[in-house]
Design a protein around this ligand. Structure first.
Ligand SMILES: [Zn+2]
Length: 315
């Protein structure tokens, strides 16, 4: 833990212990390599983009930090130290994993897209400790009841190869693997069973669409639970914003009809997505769940009705 009740030099020493090298700016600011960039930007920070002002603020919130690359920011050096140590142990575990997997040269082509990119990709691996034998452990049984409580059927749990982790950093999470159209694992999302917290697979997720199977009709949702509530047409963006790669995948797919179904607070984002996708052979409608709810919390009939109405309004 970072001890801040000491002089400036000692703060630097502590930061060095956690972050390695610390740069000092003339104005008293300190710079370290940002611990969040890998997660947020898909690339490790090597340019000391995390600026720390150790003198701003008081008490527990003393010390402000801000990353100019990934916008990771906050107050309180103790918190920063704790978060960084946690992130680093995670990154370390991941890099060991990556180091042990062979690099493959995969040519991946987005269907129907003239441009094909050839990239050296590291295959995605599920988190250490991932398992699907829910009944075998207490954590597993809790994870299973959690999933059922969120409205998933046993068949969905099996079909989507949903699992859980019983120990280690991802302990007490349910894990949703995300596959591309070819069935390759490209990402995963872990959701804590105990608190409202998501932990994402390290690396970029700009190309990730949960449950995208080149459907003709797609209901584009924010989260995985929303998409699962919709069923076979439900595809999750993992957020409120349609990223460029996701857009390209949809525009080059068989999709003819697409309903944007974001939470009510995402009115602007939903319209933005509709604008990006309409025309190009895709008919787009927008629907919003009733206030205060997300799609994943709606009754199936209510959800069905909402989607029908969206298309009635359209025609
Ligand atoms: Zn950063």
């Amino acid at each position: 833990m970072l001890n801040i009740d000491v002089g400036a030099d000692a703060v630097v020493k502590e930061l060095e212990r956690i972050f390695g090298r610390v740069l000092r700016e003339n104005n008293g600011e300190l710079r370290v390599n940002c611990p969040r960039c890998l997660e947020n930007k898909g690339k490790r920070d090597t340019n000391f983009k995390l600026y720390i002002n150790p003198n701003k603020g008081f008490g527990k919130t003393k010390g402000f930090w801000n990353c100019f690359r990934c916008n990771y920011r906050g107050r309180g050096l103790i918190k920063l130290g704790l978060q960084a140590e946690k992130l680093q142990s995670n990154i370390l575990a991941e890099s060991e994993l990556i180091a042990s997997t062979p690099k493959l040269n995969i040519t991946h082509e987005i269907q129907g897209n003239k441009k094909s990119k050839s990239k050296a990709l590291t295959p995605t691996r599920l988190p250490i400790g991932f398992r699907t034998d829910f009944s075998a452990t207490l954590v597993g049984r809790n994870a299973y009841s959690y999933l059922r409580g969120r409205g998933l059927t046993q068949q969905q749990i099996i079909n989507h190869k949903i699992g859980y982790v019983s120990g280690g950093r991802y302990r007490n999470t349910v894990v949703f693997p995300v596959f591309n159209m070819n069935g390759d694992l490209i990402y995963w999302v872990a959701r804590s069973v105990l608190e409202k917290r998501y932990l994402n697979c390290p690396g970029k997720n700009s190309h990730v669409l949960f449950n995208f199977k080149n459907q003709r009709h797609i209901v584009l949702c924010e989260g995985i639970f929303d998409a699962l509530a919709v069923g076979k047409f439900g595809v999750a963006l993992l957020g409120k914003i349609l990223k460029k790669d996701q857009q390209a995948i949809l525009l080059n797919s068989n999709c003819q009809k697409l309903t944007v179904l974001l939470d009510q607070d995402a009115f602007a984002e939903a319209n933005e997505i509709a604008k990006k996708l309409s025309g190009h052979g895709i008919e787009v409608a927008i629907a919003f769940p009733p206030s205060g709810k997300d799609a994943g919390e709606m009754e199936p009939q209510q959800l069905q009705r909402l989607l029908e109405v969206a298309w009635q309004d359209e025609s």
